[in-house]
Design a binder for this molecule. Sequence first.
Ligand SMILES: C[S@@+](CC[C@H](N)C(=O)[O-])C[C@H]1O[C@@H](n2cnc3c(N)ncnc32)[C@H](O)[C@@H]1O
Length: 205
Amino acid sequence: MKNLIKVMSFNTFIPIFYPALMLPLRTFRKKAIGMLNFKAGDKVLIPGVGTGHDLPFIPEDVEVEGIDISDVMLGIGKVKLKALSPNRKINFVKMDAEKMEYKDATFDKAVLSLFLTVVFDPKAAMTEIVRVMKPGAEILVYDHLLSKNTVTSAISKPIDSVLSYGFTNPARTLEDCIDGLPLSVIKTLPGDPVGFMKGYLLIRS
Ligand SMILES: C[S@@+](CC[C@H](N)C(=O)[O-])C[C@H]1O[C@@H](n2cnc3c(N)ncnc32)[C@H](O)[C@@H]1O
């Protein structure tokens, strides 16, 4: 049910106001994605690619698979790419990140921007992402995840239970999303001027 409402949200009202929300974050997003050590020919996975806000900060000499469950977000992403970077080839695919069709150890890098606070089951999605990443692969998380046991976490919980039906889960923590998985957090950067968003660089062991 929650997943159905999320699919509906990301196929209806969210694509309308999303660009205005994302614009002020551009420089922070760029710095966060800049933590990844891209190499020519890398295979890069973007789960929940949406309309492609990460793409301008990813080099053109890598192969990108952008997956999403929303036809509308993917459709806008394809139109934007054609208009802004007509020579760039990005594979936009409709796929659920909780059950991906890729083989084990396919990707060198992943970019998860505003994805872990949206996906229905973040632990299931992270487990799948770990499965399809090569050992030593880098994962960039750019999101408004909380630290465990903070006051904000207590305040966010009631808000979370309401908003989670629509489009976001503000009470999630990175620790819970990656608990027990072969992932280490290597570096963290601020992701906005007030410290709500953060960039995290993770390595898959
Ligand atoms: C807040 S948007 C972020 C889009 C993009 N990453 C960005 O930073 O602008 C979250 C995206 O995740 C997608 N999404 C949610 N659950 C998903 C799932 N299980 N598999 C793939 N995509 C999912 C939504 O449809 C939406 O496009």
